[in-house]
Design a protein around this ligand. Structure first.
Ligand code: DLL
Length: 436
């Protein structure tokens, strides 16, 4: 286990050397084995030898989700099916999914990456860990599974769904670590409460949450209800799945497994690289992947690279929490709004819970209006109209101050919005809301 912490504490010079070597290898490998990359580099007028240092990476063209989709299913693969031993795919509610293939070495590396982020989060070999991510094409279940086994924890591979049984087994097995989306952790706590049980009585000490954003409010709520420490981790199918980055004990940003994934922050409009500390779209280049090497993949996730050293002693670069996605941005009457901005404002209002939805009213191609539906907390619940009006007005005026937008706010009864056993859906189109 010490070995993994060692990898995260390597000197920046050594790390840079390793990254440089691996970048050169990856570019050459992708060029030689994936026609897509060969064409793209040809169009940009470059050959692999032009990428001699890490700084040269900016010469490489970006890769987008559309590129992956238009090469569905195997066009981005560099290894033959002889060498590929596993496939995963993004859930892709719209359009074709993105398919990833892993060689044996890819799977070994992936387990190591996930083991590292689990160790950073504080998982011990004596822990009993319930994995409530779906096992299947989604990378969450299997990704965490093999990483935690590699670390040496006791894995309970529950998968998603069947919440009551999850709770029963959690208690019977004396599970002390939970792995899921933050929304599911909140939902499970509510189900426990409706069964008349105190979530804090279950004995969970630690949670590893990822796959979707988790606001401070959500994190506090999870910690309060379960009496556990909640940590966050990040990843995406196109790069590997979970295991790209995760929080250490300091919980201020997420350390990237930088010897495997090279991060950059770019201005999403111009594509220009931004300096550390500035917020933009995070772009990753894989440094060790054989199945599907990925050069400068545009994640659409918005964050910053944190320039300061982490007090934990790890030297790997930390990324900040994701504040939005470039494709999540809503333009409401000409104003750019990210769901996370609304969520942050809601987090400052003590009467409401982290359960909210943005109901979007479209007219042709633009958003004419948006309503914020948010549940009152059980403590904040009231049926007095003036009271409700007061809280709604308070939220409306904060939204107006921060976003310069006048949005209608509708307070909902506790537990009235649909819960998710996977990733929460925050944005709904008007038709759905009307159909309720
Ligand atoms: O959600 C991989 C994963 C599984 C990560 C389990 C962590 C734990 P996808 O389904 O491809 O893969 O979705 C990736 O989810 O681009 C982000 O927008 C979002 N996301 C993932 N983790 C976080 C996080 C998995 N910690 C997309 N905070 C990414 C915010 C996250 N967003």
């Amino acid at each position: 286990m010490g070995m993994w912490k060692g990898l995260d504490c390597i000197s920046r010079d050594n790390l840079g050397q390793i990254q440089g070597i691996r970048l050169r290898e990856t570019v050459k490998y992708a060029y030689e084995n994936v026609p897509f990359y060969r064409h793209k580099m040809g169009e940009a007028g470059i050959v692999p030898e032009d990428i001699a240092t890490l700084e040269d990476i900016i010469k490489l063209p970006f890769t987008t989700k559309e590129d992956m989709r238009s090469n569905y299913p195997y066009g981005m693969f560099a290894a033959s099916m002889e060498e590929i031993i596993r496939l995963h795919a993004s859930t892709g509610t719209t359009g074709r999914p993105v398919v990833m293939g892993y060689t044996r070495r890819d799977l070994e590396n992936w387990s190591e990456q996930v083991a590292r982020i689990c160790m950073m989060a504080g998982v011990k070999t004596s822990d009993i860990v319930q994995i409530s991510f779906g096992y299947g094409l989604f990378t969450g279940g299997f990704g965490l599974h093999y990483g935690l086994e590699k670390l040496g924890a006791t894995v309970v591979p529950f998968s998603s769904g069947n919440t009551e049984r999850q709770l029963t087994l959690m208690r019977d097995f004396q599970t002390n670590v939970l792995v899921s989306t933050p929304s599911f952790a909140l939902y499970m706590a509510e189900v426990a409460e409706t069964l008349g049980l105190e979530p804090a009585g279950y004995g969970l000490r630690l949670g590893l949450f990822g796959g979707e954003p988790c606001s401070d409010l959500m994190r506090q709520e999870i910690e309060k209800k379960w009496g556990m420490k909640a940590t966050l981790n990040y990843g995406l199918t196109e790069i590997v799945g979970p295991g790209v980055s995760g929080e250490c004990e300091c919980r201020s940003g997420m350390h990237i497994c930088e010897d495997h994934f090279f991060p950059e922050i770019i201005d999403p409009e111009s594509g220009q690289k931004l300096p550390p500390g500035e917020e933009g779209e995070i772009v990753f280049t894989s440094l060790t992947k054989e199945g599907v090497p990925v050069l400068r993949y545009r994640t659409r996730d918005i964050t910053a690279l944190l320039p300061e050293e982490c007090p934990c002693g790890r030297t790997t670069q930390r990324m900040d929490y994701i504040t939005g996605r470039t494709d999540d941005m809503l333009i409401v009457r000409g104003v750019n709004v990210f769901p996370s901005q609304v969520e942050e404002i809601l987090g400052q209002v003590k009467e409401v819970s982290p359960h909210y939805r943005l109901v979007v009213h479209r007219e042709k191609d633009y958003i004419k209006d948006m309503e914020v539906h948010v549940e009152l907390t059980p403590e904040g619940f009231t049926d007095s109209f003036p009271e409700i009006q007061k809280i709604e007005d308070k939220i409306t005026s904060r939204l107006k101050t921060v976003l310069s937008l006048n949005l209608k706010v509708r307070l909902m009864e506790p537990k009235s919005l649909e819960r998710s056993t996977g990733k929460a859906q925050r944005i709904v189109e008007n038709e759905e809301a009307v159909a309720e």
